[in-house]
Design a protein around this ligand. Sequence first.
Ligand code: CP
Ligand code: NVA
Length: 316
Amino acid sequence: MALSHFKGRDFITTRDFTKEDLEFLLDLSSHFKSMFYGGMRKTLRDVLEGRNIALLFKKPSTRTRNSFQVAASRLGALSVYMRPDELQLARGEPIIDTANVLDRYYDGLVIRTFEQAEVEEYARYMKNPVINALTDEEHPCQAMADLLTIIEKKSRLDGLRMVYTGDVWNVCHSLITVAPVFGIDLIIAVPRGYEPLPEIWKFGQDRASRNGTRLEIVHDIREAVKGADIVYANTWWSMGKPEMEKEKRKIDFKPFTVTADIMNLAKEDAIFMHCLPAYRGNEMTTEVIEGKWSVVYDQAENRLWTEAAILAALIS
Ligand code: CP
Ligand code: NVA
């Protein structure tokens, strides 16, 4: 497979890419990471030299914004970060005009917003690639960094058991789209009443039955983590969720807090993952996120390398 296979494509959901495509991107991510730490910073800068990348973020971000901007810089591209309230969008300029204009200036758009349909709308109007930097529905760039981190820590993906707990939302959905494709058993341990989007669940179930992996929702985290290789936690209350849901969620999710006791039920060499931001005392204790199991900062760093690969493949 060559880089040209990806040129001009959008990265809105991993569902649009084959296992081989995603493997290629993961290999490229490792390659860029090795080049950088192997002292080849200058060579890396040729990859996207002279390119310009726009970032348009409607929700806050620490990792996604910074990792994309530094990834662009390390590949030699310029990136510009914009908030919609600073643009004429705030005064009613339609997406069709904004998208067409940005397309004339930039080689690609990285967008974080609420509706997946809005990202798709930008992609419809733009010839250059549009990359989903998180919607309510998916967080595909996070899933790529998660896969790279697991490969680095476990030297494989196939046959691993991952337990996810936290809001059944973007990050969970994206894990549902990739885990069965790579032979990972994904057990989602959440309170009753928290369900994934039906179309994402169906995609995951189809892949899981085709590939012979497990994809389940359970309500007992202690049972779920037995034999787990990976325990993955996420906030109980995602960005954009109504404030009034917060207290109910705290009560519903309380039995699912990942404690050291729970980590001790997993395999001896189990790792703890979290997309961050993390809320100590809610989805996990401080002892867990700052303890021997945690790989959360490696995971956060890998956002940069997987995004570098995505940018390079789509744009160069
Ligand atoms: N994991 C993640 O997307 O973090 P940010 O919200 O800080 O970008
Ligand atoms: N589910 C979280 C993920 C943040 C990276 C949210 O949407 O707030």
